[in-house]
Design a protein around this ligand. Structure first.
Ligand code: GDP
Ligand code: ZN
Length: 351
């Protein structure tokens, strides 16, 4: 993911593609205008984006007799990027098509890095991120913290869901409980479940968690996200993770984020990409903000430019020494800062 320089020919090609794209957009805009002028577009109404395919989006009608029906919609050229989960104002066109004319305000936006490390918006209006961990593969608290930093900086609450409780043994119990209580002490909600033991039905504790909420599942591969999602969306089993991951090829023909209505109430937004949430470059300021107990202490170090790495008069070190913040979290904070600095030094993109 090193920075790339484009040569003249590549620059020319990109310019040409952009020009063609602009011409197509103008043509589409014109067609929309014509439909509108001919009185072929219905009145403005509210809708929900449930999937996104390049230039077209699936919008579910939220009002009137069409409520619940999905319309393939185009977008007016003057609307900035729309994502799954966005609420929009749209107008019905001929057959099951329509035109999106405006985007409603967003509660929040979930992003993920593209192949060049730049952040791309993927989903909006999420009530919580469900961070799944398990006794196996063993949770790295560093990875948990990266997800949590991303959730804090995205302003989307995170819940920690320990799956595979059936794999808790006398040997690993203490360590797992210690880890979970560390996060509970910080105010994070922790839920325990076992997809293996819940059969095909959603486990009651998972059902209670997702009911009437818009949820997103994240977490390292193998922790059981697909298994849990399958219990929530029995009919959609092929769409989610495990199958495509294990064959390496992909049932997925697209990586678009999709919004699913859960039979028990509430929505789930999922895509292979969303599961990479949080694994992008973060600035030291974002990392400081993302550790909620450290955020409180920022500005209290002796030196304004304190690097919190053993600098004299560091408020974080003092808090850790007095047991006000956990040593593990401080270590993890240092690790993430160091990893990011190293990444930057290797020339990865920062934006
Ligand atoms: P994902 O990569 O996070 O989507 O994880 P999967 O859902 O593909 O699960 C990875 C493996 O863990 C599969 O072999 C599942 O059968 C297994 N698994 C999922 N949930 C449980 C559980 O609660 N207990 C046990 N023992 N295994 C589980
Ligand atoms: Zn400091």
């Amino acid at each position: 993911m090193a920075k790339r320089r484009l040569n003249k020919q590549q620059q020319w090609r990109i310019k040409k593609i952009q020009q063609e794209r602009a011409a197509r957009a103008a043509k589409k805009e014109k067609a929309i205008e014509q439909q509108a002028e001919a009185g072929e577009l219905g009145p403005e109404q509210e809708g929900l984006i449930i999937a996104h395919y390049g230039q077209q989006l699936d919008v579910e009608a939220l009002e009137g007799e069409d409520s619940g029906t999905v319309f393939r919609c185009f977008v007016r050229a003057n609307i900035d990027s729309l994502v799954t989960g966005d609420r929009v104002i749209w107008r019905k066109g001929k057959s099951e098509t329509g035109v999106i004319v405006a985007r409603c305000d967003r509660q929040n936006l979930l992003q993920r890095p593209d192949n060049f490390g730049a952040l791309k918006p993927v989903a909006a209006n999420i009530d919580h991120i469900i961070l799944v961990i398990a006794p196996e593969p063993e949770p790295h608290d560093n990875l948990i913290d990266r997800y949590l930093v991303a959730s804090e900086t995205s302003d989307i609450p995170a819940v920690i869901l320990l799956n595979k409780t059936d794999l808790i043994t006398e040997e690993n119990r203490e360590q797992i409980e210690e880890l979970l209580s560390r996060y509970e002490d910080l105010g994070y909600e922790v839920v325990r479940t076992s997809a293996a033991e819940s059969g095909n039905e959603p486990a009651p504790e998972v059902a209670a968690l997702v009911k009437d909420q818009t949820s997103v599942f994240v977490g390292q591969s193998g922790v059981g996200k697909s298994s849990i999602i399958q219990t929530l969306l029995p009919g959609e089993s092929l769409r989610v993770g495990a199958v495509s991951e294990s064959t390496g090829k992909g049932i997925h023909t697209t990586t678009t984020a999709k919004l699913f209505h859960l039979p028990l109430g509430g929505d789930l937004i999922d895509s292979p990409g969303i599961r990479e949430f949080g694994l992008w470059h973060m600035t030291p300021q974002e990392i400081e903000y993302g550790f909620r107990e450290i955020r409180e202490l920022i500005g209290m170090c002796k030196f304004r430019n304190c690097r919190h790495m053993g600098d004299p008069g560091c408020a974080l070190e003092a808090a850790a020494a007095e047991g006000r913040i956990s040593l593990e979290r401080l270590k993890s904070f240092h690790r993430i800062l160091a990893d990011m600095t190293e990444q930057q030094a290797r020339g990865l993109r920062v934006d």
